[in-house]
Design a protein around this ligand. Structure first.
Ligand code: SAH
Length: 333
């Protein structure tokens, strides 16, 4: 057994994990790990790539996350809030176009109380058997319980970074402890639990990334979104460099080894699909891709980071994405 196989085995057998992950992240040539992660992914998910719709129903946010373009201190954002009818009709359009999961995302917007959001979830669930993922920030145990009762299936709340002091630096209005507690509540309430983190945050080290990966495992995540940090011009982190795509793919590959069955999205910030690229984003262990279905007049104002593309035609976009996935030898679903 060579050194790389030995370290992968350590991770699988849950011994010397931290040291083994660090060793792998530092490799000059990571391709054996990508190949291994790809095999694990194929074993658990076959050739399927699941396409998720993401509906960004409000960009109003009370928080001040330093990296996020929607933070409440950014006065250059035109704020919007979709109403109940708009949310439901967009959801139905996405379902008609073939989406089987709908991610409903927003800033932390108190207008959407658990009661109100719950009614919307209930109505969408009564009209179709779509899976609903909520991604609207930290909520109390009682609120999460209510939303689950209304039919929400999954909850996505990235821990962002497992480094306590980096977390505090980035979030003046929250603590890592609260975030993690909220994720544990989500799990306990029976949601499919999604966490995740960013690669390339200021002062992040490979040690931090290792701890991020181990936290995903500790939280028993069913989903994990790992994406590069992309500086937003209207934030205090505008001058920092973007996170590395290579390191992001490495982290996804190790997450696949740690959580063989998990749903791991190739985050949009990782780049576009290119069927000519042999080393495409689905060869590192990712099995999910998300597409925005937010109406065009709103989507241009939902800029967490620059460059994320919106859609003008839900049907045509989905068809185009399915074709690119097929061109990679995978099966869109
Ligand atoms: N308000 C919700 C969800 C919206 S933000 C919440 O707090 O969970 C969705 C995700 O976008 C965040 O969890 C974060 O990981 C990511 N994100 C925000 N700003 C980013 C940036 N500048 N670069 C890359 N990812 C970013």
């Amino acid at each position: 057994m060579n050194k790389i196989e030995e370290k992968i085995n350590h991770i699988r057998c849950e011994t010397e994990m931290e040291e083994s992950i660090l060793f792998l992240l530092k490799l000059d040539d990571f391709s054996p790990v990508f190949n291994y992660a790809d095999k694990v992914n194929t074993l658990h998910h076959g050739l399927f790539v699941d396409i998720r719709a993401i509906l960004e129903f409000s960009n109003i946010c009370k928080r001040k996350c330093k990296y996020c373009g929607l933070n409440s201190q950014n006065k250059n954002v035109h704020r919007y809030r979709m109403n109940r009818e708009e949310i439901i009709s967009t959801a139905l359009e996405a379902i008609k176009a073939g989406y089987r999961t709908l991610v409903m995302q927003s800033g932390e917007d108190d207008f959407f109380t658990a009661e109100y959001l719950g009614e919307i979830v209930k109505e969408i669930k009564s009209l179709s058997n779509v899976a609903i993922t909520l991604s609207c920030g930290e909520r109390t145990y009682e609120e999460l319980k209510h939303l689950k009762k209304c039919g929400a299936d999954r909850y996505l709340l990235k821990h962002e970074t497992a480094d306590t002091s980096l977390y505090s630096f980035l979030h003046s209005c929250g603590t890592l402890e609260n975030r993690v507690q909220c994720l544990r509540n989500i799990y306990e309430l029976g949601y499919e639990t999604g966490s995740g983190f960013m690669i390339g945050l200021p002062n992040q080290t490979l040690q931090t990334v290792t701890r991020d990966l181990l936290l995903l495992r500790d939280l028993k995540c069913h989903m994990a979104g790992i994406g590069p940090f992309i500086p937003h011009p209207d934030t205090v982190l505008s001058a920092y460099p973007a996170g590395s795509t290579e390191l992001t793919k490495r982290a996804v590959a190790i997450a696949r080894i740690l959580l063989p069955k998990a749903n791991l999205p190739a985050t949009t910030s990782l780049g576009v699909l290119d069927s000519n690229e042999k080393n495409n984003i689905f060869s590192c262990g990712a099995n999910i891709i998300m597409r925005k279905v937010t109406p065009p007049n709103y989507v241009r104002h939902y800029e967490i980071y620059p460059g994320a593309k919106g859609v003008s035609d839900i049907y045509a976009e989905r068809k185009e994405l399915e074709d690119s996935i097929k061109a990679l030898g995978k099966i869109p679903r």
